[in-house]
Structure formats: structure tokens, C-alpha cells
Design a protein around this ligand. Structure first.
Ligand code: 13P
Ligand code: SF4
Length: 302
């Protein structure tokens, strides 16, 4: 009898499909994927793929971003309820109201936002390029930054820029990481480098040695001379860090740093997704055309 992995491989070939996964996906999903990466890497990857069918193991806004960049492809999200609570913290209507209060402002949206919100923005960004994207805005211009207040404040501090208006969204997973978690791990592993994601709240960012996107953490861990790392982000990243660096040690700060939405995808759902070609994520053309401008502006700048 065929294993589920073999069934997926056969069906993938039959459908001309590719499986891509975010760095927070469950271990077995990452092991099954053809490509694993952070939000920026996945956006770039989808845009250059030859395959017509993409099984996107991540959350809804990521599949939507892929559908915006490649409307001709079938982008399948194996669990249609895999969403992102932070992306749901702002609607297009709320953003339009905020823009009306600041008519001259440049609007930057974190990629963790809906297509409808992206359609209202000038520039998109991810955690790996947010500072560079904001730096491209002339100093005299106000910036409205949505929806992640922590990433926005991190960028503001990096650039020493006053005129930024932040939305008050946040990632519930990164908000569960506490400063005492970092202090405890530092006390136990005094030589370890603390890598934190900029979605973390300020007390965590203040304790970090490096503030990095998940893809940047993988690159940093590989290149660094350090052999021990405290990892302040969603626990799924530990799989990749440990696999790619078998001689180095990685300590998760807390098992509460788990994104339940990222964990909704499993091998059975990938198989069903390929069997039934579901759940296809599409974006209405008018919204997609507007949203694409902000994503392409980001890709050109990064
Ligand atoms: P990156 O993979 O871009 O660092 O983003 C983290 C995240 O929270 C995605 O939901
Ligand atoms: Fe959204 Fe946070 Fe989960 Fe990323 S980790 S998908 S930001 S809830």
C-alpha cells in the first residue's frame, strides 16, 4: 500500500503541481514541500513558477498574494479556514476612513493583510524589507502603516522617523512571547544569540540581538559563527533551523508561540487538495489589479 507521501507525490506529478510552504508550517508539511520560505521568498517564488497548480501551505493572505501575482495559476489552500487574525484586524473600509484623515499620506501595508486592504495601499512590505520600503518614502511625507503596530514601530525606530501613523493590529502568536521567556533562556544559555521577529512586542525586541524575518533568521544562523540561538518567533521555524544546521543548537522561547492557523494544514489536507483541486483562492480582477501595484512596487524596491 502506498504511503500518504507517495500518493501526494504521484498526484502532484499528475496535476503538474508544486507544493510550497511557509516556514511556520508543521514539520511534515515542510518536509513534503518543494520550496519553503518566508513571505517575501514565497511571493517571489510563485511569480516565477512554471507549474499551473500551486498547493500553498500557509495562511489565506499568502495564497491571495500568490493569486494576485499569478491570476492564471490555480492557487490551492488546503484548509480554507487557515486565516491570519492580524490580517483581519483592518478592513478596506477602515483604511479608507484613515486615509481620509491624512489625505497626503503614503500608505504601506504589511503583506499580512487582505487583498482588499492591499488595493487601498501604495506600497506593500514584508518583515524582511519593511525598513527599506518605508525608507523609499520622501522624508516629508506622512506614512500610514497597517496593520502591525509592532513592525511599524520597529521601522519607525530604525529610520528615526516621526511622521508614521500606526494601525493597532498585532500578531497574537508573537504577542504570547514574554520578556521573562527570553530572560530565562538567556540565563540558561548565556552564549546564545537572541533572534526575534519584528512582529514581537517592544520588550522582546529590546532584548533581541537580531531582529529578522524568518528567512533572514535561516540565513543568519547559517552564516553566523555562533553555535547557539534563542529563537523568538513561531515554533515551526525550529524545524528548518535544526535541519539546515545540525551542528548548532536552537532554543524555542516558548511553546505558546504557536500559530494555530499555520497548523491547520496537514498531509491529508494536502492530498485532498490535490484530489479535489480545492480550495482555489481567487481575487476579483478589479481588487487584484489595484493590489498588484502595491506588491509589484515592493518587489521592485527589494
Ligand atoms: P515572515 O515569514 O515574512 O518573516 O513572516 C512571518 C509571519 O508572521 C507570516 O505570517
Ligand atoms: Fe498571522 Fe501571526 Fe499566524 Fe503569522 S504567526 S499567520 S502574523 S497570526
Amino acid at each position: 500500500m502506498q504511503s500518504i507521501e507517495e500518493k501526494i507525490q504521484d498526484l502532484k506529478r499528475e496535476r503538474g503541481a508544486i507544493i510550497i510552504a511557509h516556514n511556520y508550517q508543521p514539520d511534515e508539511v515542510q518536509a513534503m514541500a518543494d520550496f519553503t520560505g518566508d513571505s517575501l521568498e514565497l511571493s517571489r517564488k510563485v511569480a516565477e513558477l512554471e507549474e499551473d497548480v500551486v498547493v500553498f501551505c500557509g495562511v489565506h493572505f499568502m495564497a491571495e498574494t500568490a493569486a494576485i501575482l499569478s491570476p492564471e495559476k490555480k492557487i490551492l489552500l488546503p484548509d480554507r479556514f487557515a486565516g491570519c487574525p492580524m490580517a483581519d484586524m483592518i478592513t478596506a473600509e477602515q483604511l479608507r476612513a484613515k486615509k481620509a484623515e491624512h489625505p497626503g499620506a503614503v500608505v504601506i501595508c504589511y503583506v499580512n493583510s487582505s487583498a482588499a486592504v492591499k488595493a487601498e495601499c501604495d506600497l506593500c512590505c514584508t518583515s524582511s524589507n519593511a525598513t527599506a520600503i518605508a525608507a523609499s518614502v520622501p522624508a516629508g511625507k506622512e506614512i500610514i502603516f497597517v496593520p502591525d503596530t509592532h513592525l511599524g514601530h520597529y521601522v519607525q525606530k530604525e529610520l528615526g522617523r516621526e511622521n508614521m501613523i500606526m494601525w493597532d493590529g498585532y500578531c497574537p502568536t508573537h504577542s504570547r512571547i514574554r520578556d521573562i521567556d527570553i530572560r530565562r533562556e538567556k540565563a540558561e544559555h548565556p552564549r546564545a544569540v537572541v533572534m526575534a521577529h519584528p512582529e514581537c512586542p517592544l520588550p522582546i525586541r529590546d532584548l533581541a540581538d537580531q531582529l529578522l524575518s524568518t528567512g533572514q533568521m535561516c540565513a543568519f544562523a547559517k552564516e553566523s559563527d555562533a553555535t547557539e540561538f534563542i529563537v523568538a518567533t513561531e515554533v515551526g521555524l525550529l524545524y528548518r533551523l535544526r535541519n539546515e544546521n545540525p551542528d548548532k543548537k536552537f532554543y524555542a522561547v516558548s511553546d505558546r508561540a504557536l500559530c494555530p492557523n499555520m497548523k491547520k494544514i496537514d498531509l491529508e489536507k494536502i492530498l485532498w487538495s490535490l484530489e479535489d483541486m480545492r480550495y482555489r483562492v481567487t481575487v476579483p480582477e478589479e481588487i487584484a489589479n489595484k493590489a498588484r501595484r502595491s506588491i509589484e512596487a515592493m518587489l521592485e524596491l527589494s
